[in-house]
Design a protein around this ligand. Structure first.
Ligand code: SF4
Length: 425
């Protein structure tokens, strides 16, 4: 390592440590997080008590995920064939730039674009890219809408605005909407609904993620509660779905397994909506002639993003990170996250976030501070429906970080002292 690289790494660690301390001293973050952890635990316990069979289903799903990742090339090809057979378009994008190039051919300058929550889109830095193309982008998930306007970053993989208490949301909405909005959650939700209606109806393009994709039919599964994903994928003329390769499972039944397990571990007894989308809208009502482009979108584009996932699959330790359902259960039980929110992370957060950051979004430099913050307590593994062994992955990642020189100064100094003491014996 050169002195310059060491300096750069030390600066990254120092900045990160400052952010952690600031978050721990921020009363609004502590207030919002303590409320969220309490509600999450209560709701999740109720959901698992009402549906105890979900624990067995989670074990079954882990096997499905293992199989799917080991057969990912053939399953991705199957998705592409099925989607195209039903008049959609499908791209298997090796890198983010391939996905962005494809999207740039679908959207036009001045397009109004509505989006539902998708962490995979963050890997593409999609909003910035679309805005540079001259498009108007609206995040429609309430949490994403809040952070888009706060110009903040997601602080939880499922609830991006978890660190913002209602009082701060009220201040924000009052300034966006040009009137006084009280810190009453019911009122805040209603105001967001009124504000976004117009965008939904004017939008030409809707962009979503996917919670699962069934290879046998090319069907996209979207789990949600707000109803915004239905509008995003149902109202505009074009629908683009962006999903990581790991979302593919073999069958429709496997997709339903994802729905059951992910939603219950995400603290819901049942999600308000599950959408299954297999093609652009169509009708056969006149002479049984299938005609595409009825009331819903006329075009469906499915982008399956690799972005290092096939490399992760080759490694049996890191492969586990791709079983992640993004349910968020591990974050609430983590020994660090409830004190710091997403500052313990980059865009993916917590222990699992260190691995996803290293491979998918941010690289080793941004993953290193997260990996060295992890206490290896293992509580995440205990609550994870996929039994992902995060401490095992973190230890392996630390080995790589050490080899590449991404080690915090304090640890370098401790190592030096130990080596010196040993050499004196
Ligand atoms: S690591 Fe496990 S608990 Fe954490 S978000 Fe992923 S599936 Fe959920």
């Amino acid at each position: 390592m050169t002195e310059d690289t060491n300096k750069e790494i030390d600066e990254t660690f120092a900045r990160y440590q400052d952010e952690l301390w600031n978050a721990m001293e921020d009363e609004t973050i502590q207030l919002a997080l303590s409320r969220a952890v309490e509600s999450f635990r209560r709701n999740k316990d109720e959901a698992l008590k009402l549906y105890p069979q979900v624990k067995e289903k989670a074990k079954e799903l882990r096997k499905v995920k293992e199989y799917s990742l080991l057969h990912i090339d053939e399953l991705a090809k199957q998705v592409k064939d099925r989607v195209e057979d039903l008049k959609g378009q499908c791209l298997i994008a090796k890198e983010p730039k391939d996905a962005l190039k494809y999207i740039s051919e679908i959207v036009k300058e001045k397009d109004i674009i509505v989006k539902s929550k998708s962490l995979t889109c963050e890997e593409l830095h999609l909003n910035d890219y679309l805005e540079k193309l001259g498009c108007e982008v609206y995040e429609t998930d309430l949490g994403e809408f809040i952070i888009q306007h706060l110009k903040s970053r997601p602080m939880h993989i499922l609830s991006p605005a978890i660190h913002v208490p209602k009082e701060k949301v009220a201040e924000l909405f009052s300034s966006i909407m040009g009137k006084s909005v009280p810190p009453d959650i019911g009122v805040l939700v209603k105001e967001a609904r009124i504000f976004l209606r117009d965008a939904f109806f004017k939008a030409n393009v809707g962009i979503s993620g996917a919670n699962a994709i069934a290879a046998e039919t090319g069907t996209i599964f979207l789990i949600e509660n707000e109803g915004n994903a239905r509008l995003v994928t149902g109202l505009p003329r074009k629908h683009i779905a962006v999903a990581g390769l790991e979302k593919i499972v073999p069958t429709l039944q496997d997709g339903m397994l994802v729905v059951e397990v992910a939603s219950r571990y995400a603290n819901y007894k049942a999600p308000s909506y599950v959408s299954l989308i297999s093609s652009p809208s169509k009708t056969g009502d006149i002479e049984k002639q299938t005609t595409y482009g009825a009331h819903g979108p006329e075009e469906l584009h499915v982008i399956l993003l690799d972005n290092n996932r096939t490399e992760m699959i080759k490694d049996s330790t890191y492969r586990q990170a791709l079983y992640c359902l993004r349910c968020g259960a591990c974050l609430y039980e983590c020994s660090i996250y409830p004190l710091t929110a997403g500052y313990y992370g980059h865009l993916y957060m917590g222990g699992i976030g260190a691995i996803l950051t290293a491979f998918l979004l941010g690289g080793l430099k941004n993953a290193a501070p997260i990996a060295y913050t992890c206490t290896l307590c293992g509580r995440c593994k205990e609550v994870c429906p996929m039994e992902i062994d995060v401490p095992e992955m973190i230890l392996k990642l630390r080995e790589t970080l050490a080899k590449e020189g991404y080690v915090p100064q304090q640890i370098r100094e401790i190592a030096k002292t130990i080596i010196n003491e040993r050499s004196l014996k």
